[in-house]
Write a protein that binds this ligand. Structure first.
Ligand code: FAD
Length: 507
């Protein structure tokens, strides 16, 4: 549906991470144009209050905003993240890291894991992890950025952040308000639609205010105030593949005074899993579970007995339904954040989807009006992104040999999307991984999780056998040596944070 009405005012509904990320980026479009941007949020309703682990594209998001990394991390008590450690997933007692950087590098035009497999078959017992800088640094609790090296012939460090979500939103609020975004406090109690087109024309506030606009960004969280409650867009439910539907979050101190590890930890329990997100001043913790297999009390007790120190807040109980809106852009409403969908936080992909949603919106946006072509392109591209991430998440649950609970028996034996079945078959056959539709997860990501969950590569790409053995082995040795060298010379993560971006005192 097309509305050839020039866009002079954009209204962002919601001031959580999604709302303020959108406001910060859109505020940059105001330069040299007549464009008003309003953001409305309700302190009484509040934000979801979780969502503290990110992935590497988020570093670029902040870079594009030209925010100072040190200042942002100090303000949000942030720390660095080199990957995610998965504990007890393939089977109890297992542990592996899904790192942000690649295993080795391409050799002979093929991915490194094929070459590693060829040498492994020939008796080289080195685990693939020694060829990944982020895994090794995480293992030893070390951190530095590539810019800190005095040399440029060493492997780069790929990283993301752990952040206090509330503080990060406040940081972006200051940024956006300084660039002219106008914040309105109040609860929306009505949404007005145009009788003919069905486009949203305004939102009404309980305090009597009204905000009109030509484009509305729905960042209202799970409730989907505009996209669902007003436009009834519909929801695709993925509970049968991603059955967890509840979480309890509980931040805590690190009582032993240990430095924050440079990675997120995801520990599987009997009906879900627990996150540990180490910030400078505390750990974020939470237990994601399925209420068909575990009660809220049990989930809470398991969490409390597996955290590093005294809780610093009351438990925050949350409910969700995994899946996505049938459309992310409907008429003149674009949904970002939890109002668009939620898969679950296992691979820290939600904030990333806000980021890519904003990127697509800005690329497609024309201030001349809203067209069907924009809507269709946005929806098609976003749906593909969601589906690829969904498959990657399902992999963690389905590729397991755990049979110690009804939950794991369900996950292990459930049917999975055909797209995932194909990926698994190809990897089992000869380690082949195809990255489709610009998907987020790299070959290393798929290889790390598949191998980490216990899937065995049955063979490798035939090109690996054509590589000259002596010189290739020498390259592998050099690779391992330079990673060891970098890690040895990195400071501890805690020391790095103290020097680079010490957290500002909490008021
Ligand atoms: P919210 O934070 O819920 O904000 C909604 C906003 O809308 C609020 O400002 C509210 O006041 C406003 N609002 C709602 N209704 C009205 C109304 N009627 N009138 C006025 N204002 C209104 N993501 C990650 O990337 N990494 C993670 O580690 C991660 N962990 C998570 C763990 C859990 C258990 C959950 C549930 C989510 C997690 N996420 C994570 C997702 C992440 O929390 C969200 O993507 C992110 O916080 C964005 O939320 P939001 O801004 O869409 O919604």
């Amino acid at each position: 549906m097309t509305q050839k009405k020039p866009i002079k005012k954009i209204v962002i509904v919601g001031g959580g991470t999604a709302g303020w990320m959108a406001a910060a980026v859109l505020s940059r479009l105001k330069t040299g144009r007549q464009l008003d941007i309003a953001l409305v949020e309700s302190e009484a309703i509040g934000t979801v209050g979780v969502g503290e682990a990110t992935i590497p594209p988020f570093v670029d998001f902040n870079r594009l905003l030209e925010v100072d990394e040190r200042e942002m991390l100090a303000a949000s008590q942030g720390s660095f993240k080199l990957g995610i450690q998965f504990v007890n997933w393939g089977k109890q007692g297992d542990s592996y890291i899904h790192p942000f950087g690649a295993y080795g590098y391409e050799m002979g035009g093929i991915s490194f894991h094929h070459v590693w497999h060829k040498f492994r078959e020939a008796g080289d017992n080195r685990p693939i992890q020694v060829f990944n800088l982020e895994t090794m640094a995480a293992h030893f609790g070390k951190f530095a950025r590539t810019q800190d090296y005095a040399r440029d012939d060493l492997p780069p460090v790929n990283y993301a952040y752990h952040l206090d979500a509330g503080r990060y939103a406040q940081f972006l609020r200051k940024y956006a308000e300084a660039r002219g975004v106008v914040r309105h406090e109040g609860r929306i109690n009505d949404v007005r639609l145009d009788g003919e087109s069905g486009f949203v024309t305004s939102v009404q506030l309980e305090n009597g205010g009204e905000l009109e606009g030509e484009l509305f960004i729905d960042c209202s969280g799970f409730r989907g105030l505009l996209i669902e409650q007003a436009l009834q867009t519909g929801y695709e439910d993925w509970t049968h593949w991603l059955p967890c539907n509840r979480a309890v979050a509980l931040p805590c101190n690190r009582d032993d005074g240990s430095p924050p590890p440079p990675y997120t930890r995801a520990t599987a329990h009997s009906a879900g899993w627990q996150w540990q997100v180490p910030l400078q001043h505390r750990n974020g913790n939470g237990h994601v579970y399925c209420d068909a297999f575990m009660s809220a009390d049990e989930a809470h007790d398991i969490l409390v007995s597996n955290i590093a120190g005294k809780p610093t807040a009351d438990p925050n109980h949350l409910r969700f339904v995994t899946g996505r809106r049938k459309k992310f852009w409907n008429r003149n409403v674009v949904a970002l954040g939890l109002s668009a969908g939620f898969m679950e936080p296992l691979e820290s992909t939600s904030i990333h989807l806000i980021n890519t949603g904003i990127n697509k919106l800005v690329s497609l946006l024309s201030l001349d009006g809203v067209t069907q072509a924009q809507e269709d392109a946005f929806n098609r591209l976003t749906a593909k992104e969601y589906a690829r991430i969904r498959d990657f998440l399902i992999l963690h649950y389905n590729a397991t040999s755990r049979d110690d609970s009804k939950f794991w028996n369900y996950c292990r034996t459930m049917s999975v999307p055909d797209t995932l079945t194909e990926k698994l078959e190809l990897f089992r056959m000869n380690g082949q991984i195809f990255r489709e539709d610009d998907e987020l997860f790299t070959e290393t990501s798929w290889a790390a999780v598949m191998m980490g969950q216990g899937i065995v590569m049955g063979g490798h790409n035939a090109v690996a056998d054509t590589l000259e053995e002596v010189s290739t082995r020498k390259e592998l040795d050099e690779m391992e040596k330079s990673i060891r060298f970098v890690v040895q010379h990195m400071p501890g993560h805690g020391d790095y944070l103290k020097r680079y971006c010490p957290a500002r005192a909490i008021a």
